[in-house]
Design a protein around this ligand. Structure first.
Ligand SMILES: [Zn+2]
Length: 430
C-alpha cells in the first residue's frame, strides 16, 4: 500500500500547485494533469468543457451491465489570502506528514485519492461488473453552469451513474466512547427568503407623519428569532440517532438523549429534525433623515429534504401574524436525498467498521449544497458524501475548509484511497 500512498501524495501535491481558484477556475489545467496521470496507467478519458478553460473530466473502466459507480469530485477551490497562511497556499508542501494547500480538504484530496484508486484498480486488471467512472468536474464552488449541472444537461450519458461517492461527509465524532463517521445521504434545501415590511416614508424630524417600516420590522424580527418550527423524525435523523444511541428515541426525547451522550450533539441533531430559520440581514432607509417606507429582512432558511418553500410559507406567515408585509423566496436549491439501505451504504459501512475498533457509520442530511444533488435529480443516483477523516480532528478540519492553512494528513489521504478501492471491489467486484 505504501506505493499508492506515495502516488496519491504526489498527485495531490501536483494538483495543489495548480491555482484553480474559482472564479475564474481554470480547471482545465487540473484536468490535463489528471489526463496525463491516467494515461500513464493506460487509461483514456474525455474532457468536456463549456468554455475551453473550464474542463470536466470523465474516465471510465467499462464493465458489464451491472450497476455503475462514480467517484465524483471537483477541482475548483475557493480563494486564499497568502498573508493569512503559514505556507504558500499553492505550495503543495509536505510537512510533518501533512500536505498543505488550498483545496487539500475541499476537495483535491478526494480528487487525488479517487484517481489513484481508479488507476491502480485498472493496473491490477480489475474488470468491474458495471462501469466504474471517474467524474472530476469544474465549478462546484460558484456554480455558474460550467460544472456538473452543465455536464448532466449537455452530455447526460457521460455522467450517468447508479451510485456515486462525493464530498460532504466523513467527519468523525467520538460518542459514548465509540467513533462514528458521518455519511451525507441527503441535503437540506437552501431556501432563503425576504420579509418585506411596508410603511410610509417621511422626514425623520416629524415621525408622526410617517409609518416607519424599520420600527414595524422589529416585531417580525423577534417573531422569526423566537420561531420554533415543527419537528419530525426524517429517515436520516432516525438513522443517525439509531447509530449513535443504539435506538431511535421518541421525537420529544431526541435532543435530551443526544445531549446526555455528548454536549455538542444537540446542535448537530436539531437541524436534522426541522427546518431552520436565521435572520441575517436587514435593509431599510439609506439616509439618516428619511424614515423608510420599506424594510427588508433577509432570512437564511434550510428546509428538510424533499420539502418546498410552498410547504413552509404558511408556517412562516402564521408565525409572523397579520400585517403589511410580503414574503419572497429568493431561490431554492438542493434538498434531495438518497435511500439509506443500499449496496453502497453496506459497502461503505463495512469499510468503516474495519478502520478502527467499534467504528460505525451514521447518515446525515448536510446543510450545505453539493453536486450530489445534480446526480440525484438527473438520474436518481444513490449519491453519498463520504471521505472519512480518521487522523485529522474533525473540529480542526471544519475550521480549515475555506479558511487558512488548509491541509490533510497523508494517513487520511491513504485511507481515502483504500475506501475507494474497497468500495469499487465490493460493489462491482466478481
Ligand atoms: Zn467542495
Amino acid at each position: 500500500m505504501s506505493g499508492l500512498r506515495e502516488e496519491a501524495t504526489q498527485l495531490l501535491q501536483e494538483l495543489l500547485r495548480i491555482d484553480t481558484v474559482n472564479p475564474p477556475g481554470n480547471e482545465t489545467r487540473a484536468a490535463e494533469l489528471l489526463r496525463e496521470y491516467l494515461a500513464r496507467s493506460g487509461i483514456e478519458c474525455e474532457l468536456y468543457a463549456r468554455e475551453p478553460n473550464r474542463a470536466n473530466l470523465v474516465a471510465r473502466l467499462r464493465g458489464g451491465d451491472g450497476s455503475s459507480l462514480a467517484f465524483l469530485s471537483h477541482t475548483d477551490t475557493v480563494l486564499a489570502d497568502p498573508s493569512e497562511w503559514d505556507r504558500d497556499p499553492w505550495s503543495g508542501d509536505l510537512a510533518d506528514g501533512e500536505v498543505w494547500g488550498r483545496g487539500a480538504l475541499d476537495m483535491k484530496d478526494q480528487v487525488a485519492a479517487s484517481a489513484v484508486a481508479f488507476a491502480s484498480l485498472h493496473r491490477e486488471g480489475f474488470v468491474p461488473s458495471g462501469d466504474l467512472i471517474l467524474l472530476v468536474v469544474a465549478d462546484e464552488e460558484v456554480g455558474d453552469g460550467f460544472g456538473l449541472s452543465w455536464l448532466v444537461r449537455e452530455h447526460p450519458e457521460a455522467a450517468r451513474c447508479d451510485f456515486a461517492i462525493n464530498e460532504g461527509g466523513g467527519e468523525r465524532l467520538v460518542l459514548g466512547g465509540a467513533p462514528v463517521y458521518m455519511c451525507a445521504t441527503a441535503e437540506k434545501m437552501s431556501a432563503p427568503f425576504k420579509v418585506r415590511v411596508n410603511g410610509r416614508s417621511g422626514h425623520a424630524s416629524m415621525p408622526g407623519i410617517a409609518d416607519n417600516a424599520l420600527v414595524k420590522a422589529a416585531r417580525y424580527l423577534e417573531a422569526l428569532g423566537a420561531y420554533e418550527p415543527p419537528r419530525e423524525l426524517i429517515p436520516e435523523a432516525a438513522g443517525f440517532l439509531e447509530a449513535v444511541l443504539g435506538e431511535v428515541p421518541p421525537l420529544e426525547d431526541a435532543l435530551r438523549r443526544a445531549g446526555e451522550l455528548h454536549p455538542a450533539l444537540p446542535a448537530l441533531v436539531e437541524p436534522l429534525l426541522s427546518l431552520t430559520l436565521s435572520p441575517t440581514m436587514i435593509d431599510a432607509s439609506h439616509q439618516r433623515n428619511v424614515i423608510p417606507a420599506v424594510c427588508e429582512i433577509t432570512v437564511d432558511c434550510r428546509l428538510l429534504p424533499e420539502t418546498t418553500p410552498a410547504d413552509v410559507e404558511p408556517l412562516i406567515r402564521a408565525a409572523l401574524g397579520s400585517g403589511s408585509y410580503e414574503i419572497e423566496f429568493l431561490e431554492s436549491v438542493g434538498g434531495t436525498r438518497s435511500p439509506l439501505e443500499t449496496p453502497l451504504w453496506n459497502a461503505l459501512a463495512r469499510f468503516t467498521e474495519e478502520i478502527e475498533p467499534g467504528a460505525r457509520m451514521a447518515p446525515i442530511a448536510c446543510a450545505g449544497f453539493t453536486d450530489s444533488h445534480f446526480l440525484r435529480e438527473a438520474y436518481g443516483t444513490t449519491a453519498y458524501g463520504y471521505f472519512p477523516l480518521k487522523t485529522m480532528d474533525t473540529e480542526l478540519a471544519t475550521k480549515l475548509v475555506h479558511s487558512a492553512n488548509e491541509r490533510i494528513p497523508v494517513d487520511d489521504l491513504e485511507l481515502g484511497v483504500s475506501m475507494f478501492r474497497h468500495t469499487a471491489r465490493s460493489l462491482l467486484g466478481p
